[in-house]
Design a protein around this ligand. Structure first.
Ligand code: NAD
Length: 508
């Protein structure tokens, strides 16, 4: 059984919870809807962090109008100058990294080292995209005609919407906002309502770095209330969305009907495979990080563990023993290894899937319960949970839980493993632990996933390479890297004839 943190004695309610506002056209304004959203610490709900009044539809429209107005000036600003503002924002984030990481732990629940890691990842992405301001060019090509210059330029789209989830409150917003802005677009940014305080900080920092009013607007409020406006409005030329499969598909359908770009990064049910010749202690570290890091609330979490039958008993025992060492508690406590679920809804989802798995006949090996001992009673804590003998036809094998629930299945052959790993509507990421090069290369070749990790965990990404999934995990261009930047641009091809005289040619 996982041990509990009983010593979390963090402060309860801060003097005054922040009163968060909308940011429209460079001004902070109170939300106009009746609905008040209260943001509490998921590790201790007595701590109220912030409150805000939701934006209404009229404010979403006003944000789009403000972005439309600001767009021509921002488009006319050179790409290197735009990149310098982004670099300045990255520098401010670097200076305030620890303070922002602490806010992240209090608002979202992930443990402080993970929050610091997320800050570092996000800042690196900002820096990388800032540099792209110097490289935002097209290409030139030799023409079939003499004295004819053929080249391409990349231009901004106009006003774009950036819609983000709650699980990476800093990194996901900045990996979308950075390319959108450096490419010259004006943005309406709508974060998840569970993490509004971090979103406000991000926008404040961009303003402090010198972003002109109206170029970045913040709309706080329920997706069900204002989401459609940010996707359907004729001025919105692209939507960059990360979140659940159901909302992502809807966003993509609307954008497709409108004929505008959408990139939708969605859920995952990522397999971690440990083969008979794997270095088991290496695999152990990766599987533990993937399954229980960030309380399993990562799109890239390892949620299915597929084991070669020859090492299955031994490796599963290693995983169980290691999981028993995880201290569950408040992420600000240095002894804590796993924080809470983000809210009561996610906690209930975790517990529901545990019950479903039991009913489906999977064998509960570890965990399975909500934790309410002592201080934990004030938060949304669940035990890290492991099920063995999970049938490939079962819901636990196929559906995203988004919590610390690991589904273990055993296989005999390589083909059987590939078939099982691919037997899922998602295809974000995966991991293969093994030494035989033929197996490794066949896995890389045949697995249906946007990202493949060999002898490393399913999690993570780097600024300079594409991030994203296939099948139900992603539709539209990849994020991060040049691909992520190019999503926010239109490509224009130029035919520049400098003969200065009438040309006879049959190329037309
Ligand atoms: P969600 O779909 O509930 O919400 C995501 C965002 O969409 C929020 O800002 C929400 O307010 C907004 N939204 C809701 N309804 C909308 C509508 N009708 N129109 C427009 N916007 C709307 O997702 P979540 O619960 O915040 O995040 C968890 C999900 O995100 C998981 O499925 C996870 O796998 C996924 N995720 C994917 C990636 C990836 O890169 N593939 C990364 C992180 C999270």
């Amino acid at each position: 059984m996982a041990t509990l943190t009983k010593t979390a004695s963090q402060k309860k309610t801060p003097a005054t919870p922040a009163n968060l506002k909308q940011y429209i056209g460079g001004k902070w304004v109170e939300g106009a809807a009746e609905r008040v959203v209260v943001s509490t610490n998921p590790a201790d709900t007595r701590e109220v962090l912030a409150k805000f009044k939701s934006a209404d539809k009229a404010q979403a429209l006003a944000a789009i109008e403000a972005a439309k107005k600001a767009f021509p000036g921002w488009r006319a600003t050179t790409a290197p100058a735009r990149g310098r503002i982004l670099a300045k924002a990255a520098q401010i984030c670097r200076e305030r990294r620890d303070e922002l990481a602490t806010l992240m732990t209090r608002e979202q629940g992930k443990i402080l080292p993970e929050a610091k890691g997320e800050m570092d990842k996000g800042i690196t992405l900002m820096e990388w995209f800032a540099g792209e301001g110097m490289r935002l060019g097209g290409v030139s090509m030799p023409s079939e005609l003499s004295k004819n210059l053929l080249y391409t330029v990349r231009q901004p789209l106009g006003v774009v919407s950036v819609i983000t989830p709650w699980n990476f409150p800093f990194a996901i917003p900045v990996w979308k906002l950075s390319p959108a802005l450096v490419a010259g677009n004006a943005v309406v940014f709508k974060p998840a309502s569970l993490v509004p305080a971090m979103a406000v900080k991000i926008v404040e920092i961009f303003a402090e770095a010198g972003l002109p009013p109206g170029v970045l607007n913040l709309i706080l409020g329920a997706g069900s209330l204002i989401g459609d406006t940010l996707v359907e409005h004729p001025a919105i030329r692209a939507v960059s969305f990360t979140g659940s499969n159901s909302v992502g598909k809807r966003v993509h359908t609307i954008c497709g009907t409108r004929g505008v770009k959408a990139t939708c990064e969605m859920g995952g049910k990522n397999p971690g495979v440990v083969w008979e010749d794997a270095d088991l202690s290496l695999a152990l570290g990766g599987i533990m990080k993937g399954a229980f890091g960030s309380t399993g609330q990562r799109c890239t979490a390892t949620s299915r563990l597929i084991l070669h039958e020859k090492i299955a008993d031994k490796f599963l025992k290693m995983v169980v023993d290691e999981t028993k060492k995880i201290k569950v508690g408040n992420g600000l406590d240095p002894a804590t290894g796993m924080g809470p679920a983000v809210d009561d809804g996610q906690l209930q989802t975790d517990l529901d899937y545990i019950e479903i798995a039991k009913k489906e006949g999977a064998k509960l090996v570890l965990g399975g319960k909500r934790l309410t001992d002592g201080e934990l009673a004030h938060g949304y804590f669940v035990e890290p949970t492991i099920f063995d003998n999970v049938k490939p036809s079962s819901r636990l094998f196929k559906e995203e839980v988004f919590g610390p629930v690991l589904a273990v299945t055993r296989v005999k052959t390589f083909d059987e493993m590939i078939e099982l790993a691919n037997d899922c509507e998602f295809g974000l990421t995966c991991a293969f632990y093994g030494q035989d090069l033929t197996n490794v290369m066949n896995f890389v070749d045949r697995i249906e996933a946007g990202m493949v990790h060999v002898n490393s965990p399913t999690i993570g990404g780097e600024a300079q390479v594409p991030f994203g999934g296939v099948k139900g995990s992603g539709v539209g261009d990849r994020e991060m890297s040049k691909e992520g930047l190019h999503f926010f641009t239109e490509l224009k091809t130029v035919f520049l004839d400098y003969t200065g005289e009438r040309r006879e040619s049959n190329l037309y």
